[in-house]
Design a protein around this ligand. Structure first.
Ligand code: BYC
Length: 322
């Protein structure tokens, strides 16, 4: 479904009134007037975010059958299931902007939509489950805690609940890391290897550096984003270095040094060529992730057909389907 143009969309008076509301910190709600560009930017961000939650289930789903204990298996299943829920809240939120989630989802399935670069890397060992929870969910929390104050009401409210669940994910990940860090030399080596592979892609999750981020300026002006990509990345590094030190891990960056003047941890250069290659579809697992999503979608056709038939049967009888 195409988003409908809003009457008066380019009216400068409407734009001025909208910007005044944003400036005074008001929340924009679905039935409020908004510039088309604001609607488009939010649709882009929210759909990419929802897709990331859904694709984000795949790397961890890969380890559910191989979790080392029943306790670990239960918490991993719960985490993966939470990600599905996050995807659903955000697709619902995106629909309040006048799009149809099926259209958004089809863009994911046919490879025309973006989702987070991080999920195009493989999960090679059990330690990856710990490091993903700690670093990837940790990065998501840094980004999403700020998004909980975004100017679009439905997105901000979805983020509040999602952040609570992401906190649980981060803790379960860090607990796995702390356990492996105090384990056998083989477990410690497996953990360090996972950190070495996942550290840099986690930093890249925050998006290109500010000078190469075409959307940040407009999004900050409309208070969709409240911090830039680089500001959030720096906050993540500052929070994470002491956590790595606490369990004896080395972060794979020889340039990582504490800057006494700025009170920040300075870090080395991200491999931006790799990042742009991954978001163009050429990462190690892009093809595999899309194939897995398409297969799951096709395999689920029968249940969608059954649910549609069930709803139609009840509609015919004048009963609302449960
Ligand atoms: N991966 O102008 P920019 C999670 C794209 S966490 C892929 O800076 P913007 C989870 C960007 O879309 C992850 N693409 O963009 C965690 C743009 O392309 P288009 C999901 C990326 O919007 C644990 C272009 O690069 N979180 O879900 O100002 C378990 C230029 O970038 C990436 C969100 O989506 C990337 N890493 O800033 C399970 C949070 N970075 O669209 C799940 C919401 C940039 O112009 N989104 N690009 O073709 C945001 O906060 C912002 O959209 C971003 C990018 C910080 C991601």
């Amino acid at each position: 479904m195409e988003q409908k143009p809003i009457p008066g969309a380019d009216d400068p008076a409407l734009i001025a009134a909208f910007e005044a509301r944003i400036a005074s910190g008001e929340s924009i709600e679905p039935k409020d007037w908004m510039p088309e560009r604001y609607r488009k930017q939010l649709t882009r961000m929210m759909s990419q975010h929802a897709h990331s939650e859904i694709v984000g289930m795949l790397p961890e789903g890969n380890w559910v059958t191989r979790a080392p204990s029943l306790r670990r298996k239960m918490s991993l299943i719960a985490k993966v299931q939470d990600e599905a829920g996050h995807g659903l809240y955000i697709y619902c939120g995106a629909e309040t902007l006048g799009v149809d989630r099926h259209d958004l989802f089809n863009q994911l399935l046919n490879g025309t939509a973006k989702y987070s670069s991080i999920f195009n890397y493989p999960t090679l060992s059990w330690a990856d489950m710990g490091v993903i929870g700690w670093l990837v969910d940790g990065a998501a929390i840094v980004n999403q805690t700020v998004l909980a104050k975004t100017s679009y009401g439905p997105y901000a409210r979805a983020m509040v609940r999602i952040c609570k669940e992401e906190n649980f994910h981060k803790r379960q990940g860090y607990e796995i890391c702390a356990t492996l860090a105090s384990g056998t030399p083989a477990q410690q080596a497996m953990l360090q290897d996972a950190v070495d592979r996942i550290w840099w892609p986690s930093l890249a999750m925050f998006g290109p550096s500010d000078k190469d981020s075409p959307n940040t300026g407009e999004l900050l002006r409309w208070k969709v984003k409240r911090k830039t990509n680089d500001e959030l990345r720096q906050r993540f590094v500052n929070l994470t270095v002491p956590q790595a030190q606490a369990i004896g891990l080395t972060l794979p960056d020889p340039d990582l040094t504490f800057n006494a003047e700025t009170k920040n941890w300075d870090f080395g250069e991200i491999d931006w060529a790799e990042f742009f290659d991954v978001i163009k579809g050429n990462g190690p697992c892009n093809r595999e992730r899309l194939e897995a999503r398409n297969t799951a979608h096709d395999d689920g056709q029968w249940i969608r057909d059954a649910a549609t038939a069930f709803a139609a049967k009840h509609a015919k009888r004048g009963v609302e389907a449960p």
